[in-house]
Design a binder for this molecule. Structure first.
Ligand code: NAD
Length: 495
């Protein structure tokens, strides 16, 4: 089955969702959605512009002020979220196809996305009635308690690589805490998020509680981030965009969660299980063609096992098939022609700087936007391929002798999203995890962890945490209620 034949199976036009209604863009414009595996347009989606952002924020504001979500019994809100999860599970095949066609994923990868999104709604739906305040003792004559209050309208901006999971984790936290949402889908891969909003609509979520707009970043995205009636921003994307959003938020002094890029290293010690380290590294860098914020894009390997690890990894890379996700290939396309140029440009730059491509280094000879799986050796820490987020299937390998040197290489970038350690020695694992500057450290398995484990960056990778119970704290603000009890008798009821 070719990607082209699947074209018939999805709608060819998609809309935005504002105030409980599916709508076109106010300007009547559309955005073309492309299949990166075939370099062909597969659909159009209504283009939201600043007027549409105004309408979406107004709808979210009205629903928030109606108190419908906040007055609802939290267990009922939680049940509504479990209904969303059930709908997503029922729609998993449809969602998988959308992820396959506009994002280049395999059907299995797309289904995984749908199930992960459902899991976020289950996890946070279960938490909706467990977010409690505290009673603070003030002595006789007073009662004092805290209430976790929603911020109000949460503006959420999502990148193209894992739109469904990322949107699910942010929307689920917002609904569990009774915020309302305006979410902007990525212009390159918006389809699965539209399906998720159908799942939300079918669960009977109040009109205006979740509003979906698709638009360009410089236009709809910037208008949303700068909107005067937004109370809270969740941004997942690049450092450059995060910086501009933070400036807009600073103007209005509103809180932000910043989930930004990464350049993440796995350290392989001499005592590591080499089979495990090689298999895990291949998953860490080649999943979704390396377009993962937490990709293992650097391998820092002890010089005593360097050649063996490189040889095994290159052998593995040579065995990977390259082609459309819908056909189940290992290396699926990068998202666009521009992304392919960027990734290949980094590889050419790496070779010019003196690194050696042990395998790959060029785009693949194919119709869509395919990059060869690439492993560079002889990489110096100051090279761009060791410092920058390439966001493609490109691994930079560096050698080390002493543990301190390995940690210095791993920490020596502007980023600090995740990091990893491969060793059989628990003490070495803890020593290293302790010293790595990263929001999450994987020991002996890249991408270990899950919906339950807090995730987020240090340094330029951002701040705030998504996932896990900790994420909920980013969606509420504490209100303290301090009560002076009346009556000269110090609160003793009168006769
Ligand atoms: P991007 O920053 O270009 O775009 C992200 C989103 O921001 C898109 O919806 C885009 O339309 C919007 N946008 C662009 N310019 C804007 C502006 N001026 N104002 C408001 N919105 C704007 O990032 P991308 O290329 O879509 O995604 C890749 C990046 O996302 C990588 O850096 C990756 O590491 C990062 N990412 C981070 C995480 C995480 O959880 N930390 C997860 C996935 C992706």
């Amino acid at each position: 089955m070719t990607a082209n034949s699947e074209k018939q199976d999805i709608k060819n036009h998609w809309q935005n969702f504002i105030g409980g209604a599916w709508v076109e863009g106010s300007g009547g414009d559309t955005i073309a959605v492309e299949n990166p595996a075939a370099a062909q347009q597969i659909a159009t989606i209504a283009r939201a512009q600043p007027d549409d952002v105004d309408a979406a924020v107004a709808a979210a504001r009205q629903t928030f002020e109606s108190r419908e979500l906040i007055d609802m019994r939290p267990s009922v809100r939680g049940q509504m979220m479990l209904d969303i999860a059930r709908n997503l599970t029922e729609m998993a095949d449809e969602i998988a196809l959308a992820e396959c066609l506009d994002n280049g994923k395999t059907l299995a990868g797309g289904k995984n996305e749908a199930m992960a999104a459902a899991r976020y709604f289950t996890y946070y739906g279960g938490a909706a009635d467990k977010l409690e305040g505290r009673m603070i003792p003030l002595g006789k004559g007073y009662v004092d308690y805290t209430v976790p209050m929603p911020f109000g309208v949460s503006a959420q901006i999502v990148p193209w690589n894992f739109p469904l999971q990322i949107a699910a984790r942010s929307i689920a936290c917002a609904l569990a805490t009774a915020n309302t949402v305006v979410i902007k889908s990525p212009e390159l891969s918006p389809l699965s998020m539209a399906l998720m909003v159908e799942a939300i609509e079918r669960a009977g979520v109040p009109s205006g509680a979740v509003n979906l707009i698709c638009g360009y970043g410089h236009d709809a995205g910037a208008a949303l981030a700068a909107h005067g009636d937004v109370d809270h921003i969740v941004f997942t994307g690049s450092v450059a965009t995060g910086r501009s959003i933070l400036k807009a938020a600073a103007e209005r002094v509103i809180p932000c969660i910043m989930e930004l890029g990464g350049k993440s290293a796995g350290i392989v010690y001499a005592d590591a299980d080499i089979d495990q380290a090689v298999a895990s590294t291949a998953i860490g860098i080649f999943t979704h063609a390396g377009q993962v914020c937490s990709a293992q894009s650097c391998l820092v390997v002890h010089n005593s096992v360097h050649d063996e690890v490189v040889e095994r990894l290159t052998g593995r890379a040579r065995g990977l098939s390259i082609g459309p996700g819908i056909e189940g290939h290992d290396i699926t396309p990068v998202i666009s022609a521009a992304q392919l140029d960027k990734v290949e440009g980094y590889c050419l730059g790496g070779s010019q700087a003196g690194a050696e491509a042990a395998v790959g280094g060029r785009r693949a000879d194919a119709e869509g936007y395919f990059m060869q799986p690439t492993i560079f050796t002889g990489v110096r820490p100051d090279m761009a391929i060791a410092q920058d987020e390439v966001f493609g299937p490109v691994l930079a390998v560096l050698g080390f002798d002493e543990p301190e040197e390995a940690v210095a290489i791993a920490n020596g970038t502007d980023y600090g999203l995740v990091a990893g350690v491969y060793t059989r020695d628990l003490e070495t694992a803890h020593w290293t995890a302790d010293r790595l500057s990263a929001g999450q450290v994987f020991v002996n398995e890249w991408f270990a962890g899950g919906v339950e484990t807090p995730f987020g960056g240090t340094k330029r990778s951002g701040f705030g945490r998504e996932k896990g119970q900790e994420a909920l704290l980013n969606y509420v603000q504490t209100k303290n209620v301090a009560v002076k009890l009346g009556g000269g008798a110090g609160g003793r009821p009168g006769g």
